[in-house]
Design a protein around this ligand. Structure first.
Ligand SMILES: Nc1ncnc2c1ncn2[C@@H]1O[C@H](COP(=O)(O)OP(=O)(O)OP(=O)(O)O)[C@@H](O)[C@H]1O
Length: 408
């Protein structure tokens, strides 16, 4: 008996909803595209390229627009014999210094087998090797540095590279940097001299609104899903949910993908709003679990204190009561507890992550105090904590208490 069988009732091209898909057209970014094209114009004219800095929240099309425009640019400059354009793209996420970025760029430019070691050279030597490689390629070179904020304050390369030609370190190559970031603080923290050059042209990508996301999603759904398996209401719901949250096209696409998967796995013939709701819960759960996983042990224990008060139906809980519960949990778990001030900081972090909400209560003579409650479903928090803390009995007791109190 065959155990795997092809299912293609809902999807016509599932890959079109995935991150790696390069859309043929970009919706709703006409103004940004126009400004971006202006910034790239010197390349076509044969002059030194501008350095461009793109910023905006995650999922708002910075990478998609860059790939789309650079691919058009590469096609269009073929017309001009005196423009020899190369594009080198690097995601800086795993690289935390100028040194590491420079090594990666050298290795990207060198032929296979000629890579240099990632450690052991003085920084200036690596920069010099990079200049050599860039001159070897020659012509106009655009370096696309995605997630450029990962470089942190070790940003010497961003100072040196734009000045390399005027200092005589580069002779043949005309280099432009395209920096992309979703960290709004990064730009402001840069040394003013780096800011001046790197941010020569700045493009901000705002979050999408519901209508914009509906249009982006409709075009993608037409490719990804079979006709008559969905209707506009489903697309609009995904768009509205994503617009209300972060205005991210990635989030809207993920919702539609997951909703369609739910329909296909359930052998339904159509994607419905019910599937979208289920997908939203699933994504929310993943987000919460991811956030919780990244906490320290005392972050987990502080959250568990709130969770156990929530299971009793007693939240919002005052910070003093949460701290007492935390002490009790630490005692039972056999770990040394932190001072109340530190636990308060953990609670603030949980609030920043969107896992708790806090209220400041003004109580006159007795001063102000905070009270906290869960901002995520109890079960999501329990499931995530269960993976992190070895306390099976306590979790099972908590579930019983929550059921008794009809808390979910
Ligand atoms: N205007 C648009 N038209 C069509 N598709 C889009 C548009 N904007 C974003 N997308 C799609 O949404 C997804 C996320 O976009 P993209 O990766 O460009 O976001 P980003 O701003 O670079 O995010 P991050 O900062 O997280 O890298 C991609 O699949 C992309 O194809």
């Amino acid at each position: 008996m065959r155990r795997f069988e092809r299912k293609r009732a809902i999807f016509a091209n599932k890959d079109a909803l995935r991150e790696s898909y390069q859309p043929d057209s970009i919706e709703e970014r006409d103004e940004e595209i126009e400004a971006y094209m202006d910034a790239l114009q010197p390349v076509v004219d044969g002059w030194e390229p501008n350095n461009v800095f793109l910023y905006g929240n995650t999922g708002v099309g910075k990478t998609a627009v860059t790939e789309y425009l650079l691919s058009l640019l590469q096609d269009d400059v073929e017309e001009y014999d005196d423009v020899d354009l190369s594009v080198v793209s690097l995601n800086c996420k795993p690289l935390s210094s100028s040194y590491q970025v420079a090594v990666e760029l050298v290795n990207e430019l060198r032929p296979d087998g000629g890579e240099i070691s990632t450690t052991g050279y003085p920084q200036q030597t690596v920069f010099n090797k990079l200049y050599e490689e860039l001159d070897e390629v020659g012509g106009t070179i655009l370096l696309v540095l995605d997630e450029i904020d990962a470089i942190g304050d070790r940003d010497e390369l961003l100072y040196e590279l734009p000045r390399a030609r005027s200092k005589g370190d580069l002779e043949d190559a005309k280099v432009g940097i395209i920096g992309i970031s979703n960290d709004f603080k990064f730009r402001d923290q840069l040394d003013p001299r780096v800011q001046d050059t790197l941010c020569e042209r700045e493009l901000q990508f705002p979050p999408y609104n519901a209508q914009e996301l509906t249009n982006i999603l409709s075009s993608r759904a037409e490719i990804a899903l079979r006709e008559d398996t969905y209707d506009e209401a489903v697309v609009r719901l995904c768009a509205a949910l994503a617009a209300k949250d972060r205005g991210s096209a990635r989030q809207a696409l993920d919702l539609l993908l997951l909703a369609a998967e739910q329909a296909e796995n359930g052998d339904d013939d159509r994607v419905s709003e019910r599937h979208v709701e289920a997908a939203r819960h699933e994504l929310e759960r993943e987000r919460v679990e991811e956030g919780i996983r990244q906490l320290t042990q005392h972050g987990h224990l502080a959250l568990l204190a709130v969770v156990s008060i929530a299971a009793e139906g007693d939240t919002p809980g005052r910070s003093r009561a949460i701290y007492d519960r935390y002490l009790d949990i630490c005692d039972g778990y056999g770990v040394d507890s932190l001072a109340q001030r530190s636990v308060h900081n953990h609670l603030s972090d949980l609030r920043m992550l969107g896992i708790l909400t806090a209220r400041e209560n003004r109580s006159g003579s007795r001063g102000n105090f905070y009270s906290y409650e869960l901002d995520v479903p109890l079960e999501s928090a329990l499931t995530a904590l269960e993976d992190e803390l070895d306390m099976q009995q306590r979790f099972s007791d908590l579930r019983t208490v929550a059921t008794m109190n009809e808390v979910r």
